[in-house]
Design a protein around this ligand. Structure first.
Ligand code: HEM
Length: 248
């Protein structure tokens, strides 16, 4: 059924479960683990990409800026790769700004206080359920200038990152229970967004104008656009630097 040499995640887990004395890793645990990864990793990443595209289409000059950065880096005839992400500061700033305004899990996951604790003269009782409102933190006017504006530029001159060390921006949480998928999410989201931006030009469906877009949010399992984004990809001559359209 499976090759012992294979190295993907499922093979590794099945290999572990196969080993003698590995009763701790049952097939049921493997199924639950994979379901957890799908639930935690798909909706969060896809909603981040949808919001980033929506904000860029809503702010066309920022869209042009992100595409120009990509085009200048890639030159002619090559697609963006994971190793390019470090050289794309504006793309990274777009990601951070998207996660600041639209964190996919606006209250993180529920936590529970193990002991009574006092923070800034507020007492959190033992066993209290803690929800951290990262959505409100991202829009706090005492921390962010023009908090409701989409301004990736604010991150260009700033060291603030989403890795759990800068508490004004913790869309992945912080500390021991920080999102374990953070490194994967960062790679996936940057790379997919960059591919969409460098491969196509974009316009809104139904001749909608950017200023008429509905940017309201809908909270379900994760925070989505209330109106799903409808955007049309256009084969772009100006951006054909990234793609040899002969391949399509
Ligand atoms: C943009 C994408 C993502 C965002 C914003 C995000 C955010 C979060 C947040 C806020 C938490 C809860 C942290 C806390 O309560 O302290 C979390 C937990 C988790 N995330 Fe992510 N996540 C993303 C992508 C992923 C991916 C791609 C995976 C794996 C494939 C993943 C796997 C998990 C798991 C397993 C947990 C639960 C960890 C635990 O209970 O200790 N996430 N994520």
């Amino acid at each position: 059924m499976m090759s012992k040499e294979s190295k993907d995640l499922l093979d590794s887990l099945l290999n572990l479960a196969d080993q003698e004395n590995s009763s701790q890793l049952s097939l049921t645990s493997i199924k639950h683990l994979l379901l957890d990864l799908f639930l935690a990793g798909i909706d969060t990443a896809s909603s981040t990409i949808e919001w980033a595209m929506a904000e860029l289409l809503h702010n066309p000059e920022k869209l042009t800026k992100a595409q120009t950065e990509l085009r200048q880096l890639l030159g002619k005839g090559r697609l963006v790769q994971e190793s390019d992400i470090n050289k794309l500061p504006y793309l990274q700033a777009v990601m951070k700004e998207t996660l600041r305004l639209h964190p996919p899990t606006p209250f993180l996951l529920p936590h529970k206080a193990e002991t009574e604790v006092e923070i800034s003269s507020y007492v959190v009782p033992k066993a209290a359920q803690i929800l951290v409102n990262v959505w409100a933190m991202g829009r706090d006017s005492s921390v962010w200038q023009n908090p409701t504006s989409f301004m990736p530029e604010r991150f260009l001159e700033s060291e603030i990152d989403v890795k759990g060390r800068d508490f004004e921006l913790i869309p992945f949480g912080a500390g021991r229970r920080i999102c374990p998928g953070l490194p994967l999410a960062q790679r996936m989201v940057h790379l997919k967004l960059a591919s969409l931006l460098c491969t196509f030009d974009w316009k809104l469906a139904n001749d909608m104008k950017p200023e008429d877009m509905d940017m309201t949010e809908k909270f379900g399992l994760t925070l989505h656009k209330s109106e799903p984004l409808l955007a049309i990809p256009i084969k772009s001559e100006s951006l054909s630097t990234c793609v040899d359209w002969g391949d399509f």
